[in-house]
Design a protein around this ligand. Structure first.
Ligand SMILES: [Mg+2]
Length: 417
């Protein structure tokens, strides 16, 4: 992801009691709760370091010593860590204010219980383009995983914040990951105040709070149930998202469709390549546009039949797909799933709990690469000719070459794609 211009510091609110996580937080502060045998905060720190953050200020309270003892000055984690410790009863706003001397002019403010696949470079570009001093990251809740608590205008300004989540006309969820200017401290009285209850409404009233809206879902450790989902999500996985026509089977002519199993012809080397990926621990997920259904040229049943036969043949080569996602809509339907939109990929990521930023999309069409990019994946274009305009991360001549690369290439292997 590389370094981000202008922002080097993250401030994490990590002082709460974590009552909703009891009994896990009886003797352990929330940031130290184990997720796959690692304190949750380690994941956040890796995420920040990979985004070019150099310094992290931890705002601690409950069992602060346990956090400090583990992370020390941060050198063991590739960052510099500073601490500001206040009493357990101190509210979020006051915790920030107390850390005034440690704060950079512009910093990233986070809650310690949300994990989201931050791309700070993209966020900063948006922040600069909005020309507002403050910005909140808002999950679009396109999968409907929770209740909304903010209203964002079409031009990206937060208009409402409802901590109680009662208002019906809301369209997103505050997930933290704020970009703030230090002068926000001037808006804070010295009383014991909560950031979200006191400061967020002030910024909204001044129309000074931009919203960076993301379709990528976030994960949380705020309750035991959510922690379980997060644990599964953060377990390392290798994911290959694969287009069908032109990758697995011979591509039909433009605006034609494979309507029956008879018309389906595997490309040479396809089964072998999928088998190689599978043997090396990749989960294989098909992501395919099948507008022939929406255009009335074939039925869902026809497609199902083709895929049943395809899976049988793949299974014989130990190369069957782990999941299949198809968009049946015509381009006129304006759905959320048809590539280049990222709907199918985001749905798959949610269903199979994987990190889209560590998954790779393999396709033969510019729309595949755009869909992959729109979802935040790495992308490989299979092309024998010129590279398309979509600038994929890699270009390979065949699925075989792509599979070899993913399995053997050190860089790809180690990035836990
Ligand atoms: Mg294709």
């Amino acid at each position: 992801m590389g370094a981000s211009k202008g922002i080097k510091q993250a401030v994490i609110l990590a002082g709460g009691l974590g009552t909703r996580l009891m009994p896990l937080t009886k003797n352990t502060p929330k940031p130290m709760v184990l997720v796959n045998n690692r304190p949750f905060l380690e994941y956040l720190i890796s995420l920040l370091r990979d985004n070019g953050i150099e310094e992290i200020v931890l705002l601690l309270g409950y069992l602060a010593g346990k956090v400090q003892k583990h992370f020390r000055d941060g050198s063991g984690f590739g960052v510099k860590i500073k601490y500001s410790v206040s009493s357990v009863s101190t509210e979020t706003g006051k915790r920030i204010k107390k850390a005034a001397k440690l704060l950079d002019d512009t910093f990233l403010l986070m809650y310690c219980d949300n994990y989201w696949q931050l791309n700070l470079r993209e966020m900063m570009e948006f922040y600069i383009s909005k020309n507002k001093k403050y910005m909140m990251t808002v999950y679009s809740n396109s999968l409907g995983i929770t209740k909304n608590n903010v209203l964002v205008s079409k031009d990206g300004i937060v208009l409402k914040y409802d901590k109680e989540r009662k208002d019906k006309g809301l369209n997103g969820v505050d997930i933290g990951f704020f970009i703030l200017k230090k002068d926000i401290l001037k808006l804070m009285p010295s009383s014991n105040l909560s950031f979200e209850k006191m400061i967020t409404p002030k910024l909204i009233k001044k129309r000074e709070l931009a919203a960076y809206t993301t379709n990528i879902r976030y994960y949380s450790v705020s309750t035991v149930e959510k922690l379980k989902l997060t644990e599964e999500f953060l377990r390392p996985k290798k994911i290959a998202l694969i287009d069908r026509d032109g990758i697995i089977n011979k591509r039909p002519l433009k605006a034609r469709y494979i309507r029956s199993w008879k018309q389906f012809k595997f490309l040479p080397g396809a089964i072998k390549s999928l088998g190689l990926l599978k043997r090396n621990g990749f989960r294989l997920i098909l992501i395919s546009n099948q507008a022939g259904i929406g255009r009335g040229l074939m039925t869902e049943k026809d497609l199902k039949k083709i895929h049943e036969n395809m899976q049988k043949a793949l299974k014989r080569g130990n190369a069957d797909l782990d999941a299949i996602y198809c968009c049946p809509h015509s381009w006129e339907d304006n759905c959320e799933c048809r590539k280049p939109k990222p709907g199918m990929i985001l749905r798959a990521a949610n269903d199979l709990s994987f990190d889209v930023t560590k998954a790779v999309f393999i396709g033969d069409d510019e729309r595949d690469i755009q869909a992959g990019k729109n979802a935040g994946c790495k992308t490989i274009l299979i092309s024998k000719g010129d590279a398309a305009n979509s600038s994929p991360d890699m270009i390979c001549k065949s699925l075989e070459e792509a599979a070899e690369l993913l399995v053997n290439h050190k860089k790809y292997k180690q990035s836990a794609i």
